[in-house]
Design a binder for this molecule. Structure first.
Ligand code: F6P
Length: 319
């Protein structure tokens, strides 16, 4: 293999730049050239491709976002779009492709692999919703951003003796809510993977207030619906005044944590190794602190699950 390409796709996540750097430097280390594809699959279809040299990925390991830009493309979901992308890969002499992104991006990599392109997926999303890897690049940073925000809200919750609801991202996955709620000692965590009723939430609140608690933090994953609705329902049942904070896109940016930089460096380099060994149609991930490769179609068929023991622990510790 003489030349590979790298692109970032879907929602950006902190650590994507560290992953791009690792792909470029690892490939160059092995004498393989690298093309950077700008704006994800959209850029690939439009031939928005440039050579990346060793210096082009200097001074980016600590930056959030992605220097390659990213996009979500509907056209690429069509056969026509995919054949256009393949034509451009061939015209540029690109023999292997590293795709850094979430499950939508992996579906694109799967389609390209089915059409004969050696594509490898690197999991980059704040949602931590990709199966076959314990962590995705960006999750740890987003988690720390959420925690910092909740810590601040907690100060006000305590001072004003108020009930606060914090809605966090995660798409259909509850990881960000679960881990931040556990790390912040939230009284209640609502995620799509665990059943709940508003009556349960209210009785937990009342139990706390009965034993003298003056405030409460409820973390809500966006996957269950809106935090505002949860707030209205609690107010209707209790008369309590709730304040709702939707953290939004603040969770996507920012300086990647050391964990995300190391994860991105490991997985980016491992993806290149896999391509050079002739692998295709795979995703790379970290399982029990070891880099692993999984067939991308198998990974996409599996469903990501949260660690239910953490849900139990969070409940036990927030009595
Ligand atoms: O997948 C990352 C993510 O931030 C999700 O948590 C969220 O649901 C979604 O992307 C938001 O997408 P957009 O940036 O397109 O509004």
């Amino acid at each position: 293999m003489k030349k590979i390409g790298v692109l970032t796709s879907g929602g950006d996540s902190p650590g994507m730049n560290a992953a791009i750097r690792a792909v470029v430097r690892k490939a160059l280390y092995h004498g393989v050239q690298v093309s950077g594809i700008y704006s994800g699959y959209h850029g690939l279809m439009n031939n928005n491709i440039e050579t990346l040299d060793v210096g082009s990925v200097g001074d980016i390991i600590h930056r959030g976002g992605t220097i390659l830009g990213t996009a979500r493309s509907e056209t690429f979901k069509t056969d026509e779009g995919q054949y256009q992308a393949i034509e451009n890969l061939k015209a540029n002499g690109i023999e292997g492709l590293v795709v850094i992104g979430g499950d939508g991006s992996f579906k694109g990599a799967e389609k390209l692999s089915e059409k004969g392109i050696a594509a490898v997926g690197v999991p980059g999303t704040i949602d931590n919703d990709i199966p076959c890897t314990d962590f995705t690049i960006g999750f740890d940073t987003a988690l720390n951003t959420v925690i910092e925000a909740i810590d601040k809200i907690r100060d006000t919750a305590t001072s004003h003796e108020r009930t606060f609801i914090i809605e966090v991202m995660g798409r259909d996955a509850g990881d960000l809510a679960l881990w931040s709620g556990l790390a912040d000692g939230a009284e209640t965590i609502l995620i799509p993977e665990e059943d709940f009723t508003i009556d349960d939430v209210v009785s937990r609140l009342n139990r706390g207030y009965d034993r003298g608690k003056k405030h409460s933090i409820i973390v809500v994953a966006e996957g269950i619906g809106s935090g505002m609705d949860v707030g209205h329902q609690i107010t209707d049942k209790t008369g309590l005044e709730c304040r709702v904070t939707v953290l939004g896109h603040i969770q996507r940016g920012g300086t990647p944590t050391a964990f995300d930089r190391v994860l991105a460096s490991r997985l980016g380099a491992y993806a290149v190794e896999q391509l050079l060994q002739g692998q295709k149609g795979i995703m790379v991930g970290l399982q029990q602190n070891k880099e692993v490769a999984t067939n991308i179609s198998e990974a996409l068929e599996r469903k990501h699950t949260v660690d239910h023991s953490l849900c139990k622990l969070a409940r036990e510790l927030s009595i």
